[in-house]
Design a protein around this ligand. Sequence first.
Ligand SMILES: [Zn+2]
Length: 480
Amino acid sequence: MAPATPQKTSSPKVNVIRVNDLTEAVEGAFSTTVAALKQLVGIPGIAWPSFDPRELERSAEAVAELVRAAGIDDVRIIRSNREDGTPGGPAVIGRRPSREGKPTILLYAHHDVQPPGDSALWYSAPFAAHERDGRLYGRGAADDKAGVLAHLAAYSAAAKVIGDEFGLGVTFFFEGEEEAGSPTFRRFLDENRELLRADVIVVADSSNWKVGVPALTTSLRGVIDGTFEVRVLEHAVHSGMYGGPILDAPTLLARLIATLHDDAGNVAIANLVQRDEIALDLSEEDYRADASVLDGVRLAGQGSLASRLWTKPALSIIGIDVPAVDLASNTLIPAARAKFSMRLAPGQDPEAAMEAVREHLESHASFGARVTFHPGEKGCSFSTDTSSPAARIALWALGESWGVTPVEMGIGGSIPFISDLIDAYPDVQILVTGVEDPDSRAHSANESLDIKDFQHAIVAEALMLAGLNAQGLEDHAEPA
Ligand SMILES: [Zn+2]
């Protein structure tokens, strides 16, 4: 996989950014940064209702302490209520106001983590950080406690090196319920709009291209889900007495599901946004290996792999309700239900996509079976303008830190709250960065972080802060 796409990565004021001093400052503090990350990994702060909420509070307290230790005085732990009145996850906010008319940058990461899953699949305990072969293993080691520490360490280095000249406003926003679907995010933004107002937002919750090659995430797919039921009988009947002239609901559900893709494996639903991504392509071999595709299984869909992953819709069936095999009896099943999840191309309106799915399902049931459709969650896609001043500084900083040209990449996944940020602050420049790499296995067993790349990510962000502090957000078309 060769990183392509040449970048405009030169910085207008590179001579005043003190790259070496910032790099050394990050290096000098790096063992402390890693120790703090290990400490955070030891706290199983999970925002799902079935887990002990005290651990999530403990996680927020520990993060707040780290923000104070970075020299921020205004630190608070706040939360908004869910619709049912129960409190949402604790967010940690730390602020340092801007001086001399400099812009404000909001640094986002989340301190809550995914549940550990089956602990038998982990080589080392999920909540005890473990270093092996240059990687740090543990739940949250990458997603996204490393994001929390990257922001804090980058800020500390920048504040130390730039000293009195550092007038950039900095707001840390460490969410405490991202892995639970950010249920109170929108309300939280509404209730804290002035507190969180910024000119640039860095969302450190994505991935780099691969170990040793940085990336700026320039597009994310949206996502929708929903359920549909196929019904043919009012109640179950004996398959010997009645079977033959009636196709059972699981069979008809399977036939309906089969219409969702064409024979080449493209999503067959009409009127969905999609485009071919030609700037950059991925290696099919790497993709197959990363996804553990079995030998002989052919990949689905047409167009480049990057298009199929980033700029075209993708639909999966993620659950089916039919009788379990062990409970099966000789009856014609009257109804069966499935849940779909669909990733949307950047630019696709989720509402329109939901209607397109409904329309398809309602018009494609065979044998006149009744289809009932229930729309579920919706999340918007994202794409960024890489010619914006903030994006150009970020691309320069990534290249400078890693010493290789950064990749502008799409991500097939979704970060739905980004559209909430854009709604709240329409003029804001959003940068999606991250500390992960394709082998980080966020959400899975043996989640890990490449420690060297973690350091590169911190240096890059320190350079980004220094760059923004030095040149603000004016558009310097011509690099000096
Ligand atoms: Zn995350």
